[in-house]
Ligand binder design. Structure first.
Ligand code: CP3
Length: 345
């Protein structure tokens, strides 16, 4: 099969024959074929088994017909490699039973060699590159998002512990951010060296910060990561969830693509981040719309995105667990149809 590079072209702002599509969390529990793999082992066991990670990465490529693959793993894997205990509890999500609350825990945190501690991820990438005819996206969590898990001990609603540390013990907070940043740079570089053809940084929680606090406590670390990764020569993507009020600060980030959630109009996002390319941003719940309304909404989204330097279609956040798989497939087909440029050669 010939290699489909539409996604990579769009990342670089080059002309494309149609709008490329992939979906955040395109591999996962909404797919019965994923559930079947997961019945025999825990999520973390799955993440550490390269052959099975390859299998579940490929499931949505075969079924949905998306234009890019994303490595099957999790943003919390590097925190475990740094020495933090990590568990996933069914129905509750990630639990870090020994979160960082003081200097002693900070000092125990290591900046690991990704080849020694996360070889299973790099192995998955190498195996995937032999199978894929679409580009492979590698990823990591952004420092602020990872820091919230390491300080809260899991998911949070108010992020009180994180903000308490930011404001009452800033040296400690910045030291944690610095260690996570160093780990993230060497981990993403190793992913590119293993064969990842694009790299996405997930900032799922930066949107909880006031603009001035984002600028001071989170943005400098994101800037550092992308600046350091420029010489990897692969497209760099920064996904910022709930980030409408922060997009005007993205100019200094050396990523070619900014991923946005559904709370902002994609055309407005494109104006704010121009000349960067935009990725997004359908509300994951909109997959439940009846087909005619879904089509109308996609037409509007694609029209709004026309003012961007380039557009990669995605959801504004991950595919929900309770999404009917055929609706995800319908969206991919509709975007391909509606965006096809008949006179492009
Ligand atoms: O298909 C893909 O997108 C690739 C795999 C992927 C997963 N997680 C698999 C996963 C990616 C890119 C992630 C990123 C991730 N992980 C983020 C950033 C994106 C976002 O959603 O904001 C975050 C915050 C995490 C942390 C995490 N992992 C949480 C909060 C949870 C529990 C909630 C949930 O949806 O289950 C996970 C578990 C997880 N990561 C699952 C999958 C498929 C479900 C595990 C299972 O029970 O099988």
């Amino acid at each position: 099969m010939t290699f489909n590079d539409t996604f990579l072209k769009a990342c670089m702002g080059r002309p494309v024959e149609y709008t490329p599509v992939w979906l955040m969390r395109q591999a996962g529990r909404y797919l019965p074929q994923y559930q079947r793999v997961r019945t025999n082992l825990s999520f973390l066991e799955l993440c550490k088994n390269p052959e099975l990670c390859v299998e579940v990465t490929l499931q949505p490529i075969d079924y949905l017909g998306v234009d890019a693959a994303i490595l099957f793993s999790d943003i919390l894997i590097p925190l475990e490699a740094m020495g933090l205990a990590l568990e996933f509890h069914e129905g509750r999500g990630p639990v870090l039973p020994e979160p960082i609350h003081g200097k002693a825990a900070l000092d125990r945190l290591i900046v690991p060699d990704p080849r020694e501690t996360m070889g299973f991820v790099l192995k998955t990438i190498e195996l995937l590159r032999r199978e894929l005819s679409v580009p492979l996206i590698g990823f990591a969590g952004a420092p602020f998002t990872c820091a919230t898990y390491s300080i809260e001990g899991g998911s949070s609603k108010v992020f009180w512990e994180t903000k308490k540390m930011m404001f009452a013990a800033p040296e400690l907070f910045h030291a944690i951010m610095a260690k996570i940043t160093q780990t993230t740079i060497s981990y993403l570089r190793a992913q590119a060296e293993a064969g990842a053809q694009a790299l996405q940084l997930f900032d799922s929680w930066a949107g909880i910060l006031a603009p001035g606090d984002y600028r001071h406590y989170a943005l400098p670390y994101v800037e550092q990561i992308f600046t350091q990764l420029r010489d990897c020569a692969v497209p760099l993507i920064y996904f910022i969830n709930n980030g409408a009020t922060l997009l005007n600060q993205c100019e200094s980030i050396a990523a070619q693509v900014i991923g946005v959630d559904w709370r902002v109009n994609i055309g407005e996002a494109a104006r704010l981040v121009s000349p960067k390319v935009v990725q997004g941003n359908l509300d994951p719940a909109a997959l439940l719309l009846p087909e005619p309304q879904l089509r109308t909404r996609l037409e509007a989204l694609l029209a709004d995105a026309e003012q961007a330097t380039g557009h990669i279609f995605n959801l504004g956040h991950g595919v929900n667990h309770f999404t009917p798989p055929e609706k995800a497939k319908l969206v991919v087909d509709l975007v391909h149809q509606l965006s096809a440029q008949p006179d492009h050669h």
